[in-house]
Structures are given as structure tokens and as C-alpha cells.
Design a protein around this ligand. Sequence first.
Ligand code: TYD
Length: 394
Amino acid sequence: MNKKFLDLGLQPLANEYLKKFNPKQKKYRLKIFFNLKNKLVSISKRISSKKMFNNNYPYRSSMSQTMKYSFKDLSKEINKRFNPNKILEIGSNDGALLTNFYPKKVVGVEPCSNLAKITKKKGYTTYSEYWDLKLALKLKKKFNSFDLIYSANTLTHISNLKNVFRSICKVLSKNGVLIIEDPSLLECIKKNSYDQFYNEHIYLFSTISVNNLIKKFNLQIFDIKNLKTHGGSLRYYIKRIDNKKIKISKNVNLQIKKELKYRLDKFATYQKFSRNVMLSKKKLVKIISNLKKDEKTLIGYGATAKATTVLNFCNIDNKMIDFFIDITPEKINKFMPGKKIMIHKYHKKKLEKADYVFLGAWNFKKEIFNKEKKFIKNGGKFITHIPSPRIIKI
Ligand code: TYD
């Protein structure tokens, strides 16, 4: 049974950056639920994948060095630890992981054709299709099976999880390994990062809920890693239950214990989280309003989907934030979804115009602070809402 714990109000599609501002841009009510039985956290309204993931998708994994390094490290680990013959990546985006392997070794699946085109051009077999049973059967016919299937920040975007895992089981070899990686619910609760919720993020996984989901498919987690990416993610290493060759690492129980200690299995935890989210909204609006009263200039850094949730939930508009800066070509000269706040091409000069900078990409704080040493040295200040709204003291 699903029980609601949070209402983030009316939200546009988080990656729908419009060239021309439309005050009537379609918005959807974003409510978040906890399933008392399988402990899965999910959003209420399901928008069709076709509406969100199309030939114009603006999110590019390769836009940050942090992500690129993370994928490079993983590719080395995959080769060393599992030495797979054939790898399948579900949601290969612009090839940030894929391109670390020889083209013959990997197959990508990426429904957003603008992104699939990038890897195809580099010689990587990429199916520009949605991950489902039909595609799995097609791949089975062509490749028989894969020794390693990887999927980062993708499965949480697909509504029908049963179909997802059933399809994976069709093409995962007998002793194959499935690695999935997604933002961690525990980190979200700890950091009060309610902006992990938007229309694309249908689920936010915990180890407890992933365990409950996959056991029905005779799969089990055998290892787990905490990652810093996306504000705190978990990488789950999964095998078939009857594959006894692979030992279960103690990391799995350790993570479950941590989650239970934090009471991720109890509804009351989410009610408390919801109260903290409301407080966060009040505080952030107060900080920004005070700065505006003092006639300070405020801009945003990193036009993230997460920032879309914050702006629309906290009713922050162009009277409060002048514009955002971002390096993603697909976002430049467009508007933040749902708000008349323009995204400008990143340039140090644009940054220097601001007294204060709202960190839309707070998950890349380290990378950004490194890049903006001069701005910081000259007195430039950053604002964040994670874990609670404040002007960052550096
Ligand atoms: P990310 O946090 O991965 O996104 P989302 O919430 O949408 O999943 O996106 C980071 C965004 O920040 C992306 O649009 C690129 C941008 N960015 C910069 O503009 N400059 C930078 O130095 C970094 C690290 C990111």
C-alpha cells in the first residue's frame, strides 16, 4: 500500500527547457509516496517515457569531469573484476561509460536519439529504443546473452520495474553480473535533498527496496558501493541467486543495517523528512529575499533538473535569480522549466557579475569550487539548500 508523505506542488517536466518562455508550460502535481509493503519510494504521477525521453533530451553525462572519472574507474573495475566478453549498457546516454570499452565489446541502449547518435558516430552499436521485453528478445536473438549488464541513473526512470527486471533476466548470462547505480534514498533523507524528486525520477531506491524487488526474479545483491556521484548514489552488484560462485560481500548487510538504523523501513521517517523539506523552503526563500532587499545580484550555477524542482517548489522566479549559467549546449539560451529564468552559456565574466550564486549543481560543489577559485577569492559567495539553506562559508 502506497502512503503519501510529500507534495512538491505543480512541476513541469524537469528537462523541458524551452527556447521561448511559455507561462502555460504543462505542469504536473508531484506527490511522493512510500510503499508500506516493499518499502519503495516513488512519485504518484507517471508521465509517458515518450514525453520525457525523446530526440531532444538535454542531459549529457559527459558534461562533468567527476562523472567521466567515475565511469572510467568503473570500466577498469569491470574488466579487472569480471572480465566480461560482452557488455550491455541500458541508458548509455552520450557514451560516458561505453566509450571506455572497445566498440566490439559493448552494446548500448539509449532511447534519446540525439544522444544515441553520439555513440553511434563513434562506432558503438547503440539501439535507440526503450528498454523493454521486445528489445530484450531482439537482443537475445542477435547476441544470445551478456556477461555484464550495467545501468546508471536509468532504471529509476522506468515505471514498470517488473518489466525491466524480467527483460534483464532474458539476456543476462547464467553467471552474468548486473550492476545498477542510482541516487541513494538514505543520502537523500540525510541531506534533505528533496530535489532528487522530479517527474523523471519515478523511484528513489534503497538497498532494502531493491532487495525486495529483485528477489522475485531470483536475483540477489552480492556487493554494494557508496558513490559520491549525484549527491550520493549506491552501486548495486547483482547476480542470479543460484550462482554460488560469487560470494556475498559483508558490505550488503552493512548497508542494510545502516538503512534500518535510519529507519528507512518506517513511514514516520518520511513524515519527518517532509517537515524538514517545508522548513528548507521557508529558509531558502528568506535568505534570497533578504539578499534582494539589500539589492544583491543573484544567479544560478548548473541548470539541473534538481534546480527545476527547487525553483518551482519554492516559487523562485527571475525577480530573485537573474539567470543560470551552464556548459551544456542543449540548455543554453533556453528557460529553466516552469520559470522565466534564462540559461546563459557559462563564462567566467557572467559569473563575476553576481554577488551570490545559487548552486543548482550542488552535487558538483567540489568540482565547481575548484574551477571558481578566483571568484571566491574576490568575495563571490555561493548559496546552497543542501543539507539546509545557507550562504556557504569557504
Ligand atoms: P546534474 O547535477 O548531473 O543534473 P540533474 O539534476 O539534471 O540530474 O547536472 C549538472 C548540470 O550542471 C549540467 O547541466 C552541467 C552543469 N555544470 C556546469 O554548467 N558546470 C560545471 O562545472 C559542472 C560540473 C556542471
